[in-house]
Design a protein around this ligand. Structure first.
Ligand code: FES
Length: 374
């Protein structure tokens, strides 16, 4: 209910109540009280999370755990928010509801006196500040596993992307072959797309016919002026239910140039696979929110790794994603409903080959995306 609707609700019960007689007055008082109560509940209040300093506006009565999710804070909730594990401890100050019986049974009197509460049991009553101890976060509960020195164990073998620096002969009276034929005389038969064909003639001439052709298998995906053959990169991501690990690889030397590991931001929608399937299938816009969360994180990790390695995003031409069946469905934006119902049928089993543009990744626009078989 919006504030405007709340005001209209109060106004309408006032009109109804002013109809005379003691029953009318009683109805008036009772209805007006309900109206005011609804209006108060409809109000939004600011909740501040420390030590991150994040602020969110939530409705009065919102569960503190849900407010934390809204703020993008992934809390450790082993019991799934059922009030049995006592792990989701936070410190509240400001306007909060009284501790529940469950909280009093799981926390000591001294802890309650210090303002400690359980995020899954307490509710926001007004503007308040919530301190989330590191021990209550998912990051503290899980160690992100990677190889020695943080490097994941990923290698390069026969990369699908190749770059070739070539100086083509310029057209002349004796050699008036079309541009694409001239390119194929050097590279062999290639396929290309309409967007590249629209810019290729100008680029070839601007570069004086000397430049680097980028091949994805036998598909010509770009022509870059000068010799950029040494700048050829790919990425690999392991998308886990709890953590995401990424590696930036040099496709020429096979070296790992950067790694990055983060918590899977989808944990704010639920710790486990089943709760995310439920969120994707039962909440309006749930699947889109889950996909956006992981793709935003992948984009952020990509930018971080490229920056760390001094690599241009446009020189990343290939990405591979591995993960469990549900994580790959959510990454691809494929509804996971059937994964949560007997006989648990996935939408795909073999690997998928898409383009970076399909997922909106901030790398070369014609980069390839491989989603591993599940
Ligand atoms: S998540 Fe277990 S008690 Fe709150």
């Amino acid at each position: 209910m919006s504030e405007e609707q709340g005001v209209q609700g109060v106004a309408s019960v006032l009109r109804l109540g002013y109809s005379g007689g003691s029953w009318g007055r009683l109805f008036f008082l009772h209805s007006a009280a309900i109206g005011v109560s609804l209006f108060m509940q409809a109000g939004h209040v600011e909740v501040k999370f420390e030590p991150l300093g994040r602020k969110v506006d939530v409705g009065r009565g919102t569960q503190v755990l849900r407010a934390a999710m809204t703020a993008g804070i992934a809390m450790d909730t082993p019991c799934g928010g059922h009030g049995t594990c006592g792990k989701c401890r936070v410190f509240l100050s400001g306007s909060v509801a009284d501790p529940t019986e469950t909280e009093r049974s799981l926390l000591s009197e001294e802890e309650v006196a210090r303002g400690m509460r359980l995020a899954c049991q307490s509710r926001v009553a007004g503007a308040c500040t919530i301190e989330v101890p590191e021990s209550s976060t998912l990051e503290a509960a899980y160690q992100i596993l990677a190889g020695p020195n943080g490097a994941a164990s990923v290698g390069v073998s026969d990369p699908v992307v190749r770059k070739r620096f070539i100086a083509l002969p310029e057209p002349s009276r004796d050699d008036a072959a079309p541009d694409l034929e001239r390119v194929e005389q050097a590279l062999g038969a290639v396929s290309t797309d309409v967007e590249l064909m629209r810019v290729l003639p100008e680029r070839l001439r601007d570069a004086a016919w000397r430049g680097t052709f980028v091949l994805y298998d036998s598909r010509l995906i770009d022509f870059e002026a000068g010799d950029t053959s040494g700048a050829c990169y790919g990425m690999a991501f392991d998308v886990g239910t709890t953590t995401v690990v990424g590696v930036l690889l040099d496709l020429v030397t096979g070296d790992q140039r950067a790694t990055c590991s983060r918590m899977n931001p989808q944990t704010r929608f639920g710790d486990d696979v089943l709760s995310r399937i439920l969120h994707a299938t039962q909440e309006p816009g749930g699947l889109a929110a889950l996909q956006e969360a992981i793709l935003d994180e992948i984009a952020s990790m990509t930018q971080r790794m490229a920056e760390d390695a001094g690599v241009a995003l446009g020189h990343i031409y290939d990405v591979t994603f591995a993960g469990n069946t549900t994580m790959l469905h959510l990454l691809a934006g494929i509804p996971p409903r059937a994964l949560g119902q007997v006989p648990f049928v996935p939408a795909f089993h073999r690997g998928l080959a898409w383009s970076a543009a399909d997922l909106g990744l901030p790398i070369h626009t014609r980069a390839g995306v491989h989603i591993f078989p599940v």
